[in-house]
Write a protein that binds this ligand. Structure first.
Ligand code: NCD
Length: 298
């Protein structure tokens, strides 16, 4: 486990191991100065609040330090520097690099030029493995992941959190229920890959039809920044919204998750129901990222 690029690189035992480690960090079962001689670079070439802050928090909690580049505009990329050169140089400064980039495949490319571990913090519409780990961690705190019914609602075409999570859930015998606005369905290659991994994938026309069957409803926002033009975005914008009315008759243990930020997909009134677990989910980013950072730098 040197680089953390894609959920495809993980076996179930790797995921379970990291989740167990996260649990230890969560319960304070660790030495606070574990990474006190380590430095991580946070290279974020796309907006981020939670991912960047929770990596920085995790690093600080382990006694390590972080340096960051927060925008393309403020970096030498505007001078025409390639990602390969940027990564080669930053590798010589730090002990690990956390990279978020708008292009799918960027983290994999970076790993080919890096001399330190790369952690993919989101590559375009590709993968977001650390998010998936905290999603699994949150589910596991309430119920065993094996064999449950998980609904993925929203932009399954461009949503990297949905892609990563679906692949991970295929290792746990989960039945996947997909609910996406027209044109934003799960890419055919990923849907095929999930079925080849033995996953049962059920498509639903709307969330009303699926919600009573679900143990977890994972809501995502429409990834507006990945749309080719604003007209195609406005065609699907506001096409789904979770409200308290929808929650009549759902399973008692239903968990509503969302990687955040939300942009109108969940009515704030839902926050006061016992089903809303997205803020707790965001909080879990810290112990999970402590486990990841420690794993790649120990
Ligand atoms: C997600 C992302 O960046 O993919 N955000 C996050 O890391 N929690 C989801 C999103 O932006 O919609």
């Amino acid at each position: 486990m040197y680089h953390i690029i894609s959920i495809r690189d993980f076996e179930r035992s790797d995921l379970d191991y990291l989740l167990d480690r996260a649990q230890e960090f969560d319960t304070g079962n660790y030495r606070p100065g574990m990474l006190d001689d380590k430095l991580v670079a946070l290279l974020f070439f796309e907006p981020s609040t939670r991912t960047r802050m929770s990596f920085a928090t995790a690093m600080a909690r382990l006694g390590g330090k972080s340096i960051s580049v927060d925008s393309v505009e403020a970096s030498s990329i505007v001078k025409g520097e390639t990602l390969a050169d940027t990564i080669r140089v930053i590798s010589s400064y730090v002990d690990a690099i956390v990279l978020r980039h708008p292009k799918e495949g960027a983290a994999r490319l970076a790993s080919e030029f890096a001399t330190v571990p790369i952690i993919n913090a989101g590559d375009g519409a590709g993968q977001h493995p650390s998010q998936t780990l905290l999603d699994l961690y949150t589910i596991r705190q309430s119920m065993p992941v094996d064999g449950i019914d998980v609904g993925l609602l929203g932009d399954l075409r461009y949503g990297r959190t949905a892609h990563s999570l679906a692949l991970a859930l295929s290792l746990y015998g989960v039945t996947l229920h997909t609910i996406a606005p027209g044109g934003l369905e799960m890419p055919a290659n990923i849907a095929l890959e999930l079925r080849e991994r033995g996953m049962e994938v059920v498509e639903h026309p709307n969330v009303e039809e699926a919600i009573r069957e679900l143990d977890v409803l994972y809501v995502t926002r429409i990834q507006r920044e990945r749309f080719p033009d604003s007209a195609s975005y406005y065609n699907v914008a506001s096409s789904y919204r979770i409200t308290t009315d929808l929650l009549d008759g759902v399973k008692e243990r239903l968990m509503i998750l969302h990687p955040l930020p939300r942009a109108g997909e969940i009515d704030p009134a839902v926050d006061r129901t016992p089903y809303a677990r997205y803020f707790e989910q965001a909080r879990n980013g810290v112990p999970v990222r402590m486990a990841l950072l420690h794993e790649v730098m120990r």
